[in-house]
Design a protein around this ligand. Structure first.
Ligand code: CU
Length: 250
């Protein structure tokens, strides 16, 4: 009886930890195949508050801001080593990949974030709170991502894009950011006001594109590429503009 109770308690504790880990804001489908258009969701799993805060103590998310690396001045690694070349050495068509699916099912307001050419590199939604005991699904679609034909890409089996997300529970200037006003699903060491506080770089969501065609045998298990946004891009693209005005942070 005692033994059963201990087992049950340990299971409950480990489940609680698992849930906490999975309730960070993430993509519903974090891995997609190359060449395939995929409908996806940003899943807002909980409101603002320190990790371990109970659901009832959390503050509801009233909006979220999502930024994909633009691939222009992004930081690229190849098998964990800094890579000085271009993203086009690995992916032939990065740019204008994500697109928000219009919906007022969760939030009343939404908009795309674009670069100077009009390519979508992120989006925002907001306007009303997600109840703290529920998930918020923000629907979007990624168009087909293609591996480059360049020899540099020949042995690459996957490319992982880190997606920076800020869940907003109260509109403040960046000086007002805290665990109760924002959920920072961002890198911890870019040096921007949006950086997640923490020693581990476990903030961002990610989208991994995997190659479906077989690699040449000489490639072995293949190489992995990772792409992170620059600080300049996060500073430029994370704020939310609405009707020509920056409405967050402010
Ligand atoms: Cu979490």
């Amino acid at each position: 009886m005692y033994k059963q109770l201990v087992t049950f308690t340990l299971t409950a504790v480990s489940l609680a930890f698992t849930n906490a880990a999975f309730s960070h804001t993430r993509l519903e489908t974090p891995t997609v195949q190359d060449g395939v258009r995929v409908t996806n969701n940003i899943v807002i799993g909980h409101g603002c508050g320190a990790e371990g805060t109970t659901t009832g103590e959390r503050r509801p998310v009233i909006g979220t801001s999502v930024v994909f690396p633009d691939g222009v001045d992004s930081t690229i690694t190849l098998d964990g080593q800094p890579y000085a070349g271009n993203l086009s050495d690995f992916i032939s068509n990065w740019g204008n990949i994500p697109k928000l699916n219009y919906s007022r099912a969760v939030f009343d307001l939404q908009g795309s974030k674009t670069d100077s050419q009009g390519n979508v590199l992120g989006f925002w939604v907001g306007g009303n709170p997600v109840p703290v005991d529920m998930n918020g699904y923000v629907s979007f679609r990624t168009s087909a991502v293609l591996f480059s034909e360049e020899p540099t890409a020949a042995c690459v089996s996957s490319v992982k894009f880190y997606i920076s997300i800020v869940d907003i529970c109260e509109i403040t200037p960046t000086s007002g950011f805290s665990e109760s006003t924002v959920g920072l699903w961002t890198h911890n060491s870019l040096g921007t006001p949006y950086d997640r506080q923490g020693t581990e770089d476990d903030g961002p969501a990610s989208l991994t594109v995997t190659r479906t065609s077989a690699l040449p045998a000489s490639c072995g298990t293949g190489q992995v590429v990772e792409v992170k946004p620059s600080a300049a891009q996060i500073n430029r693209d994370m704020p939310i503009n609405y009707n020509g005005q920056q409405v967050w942070p402010q």
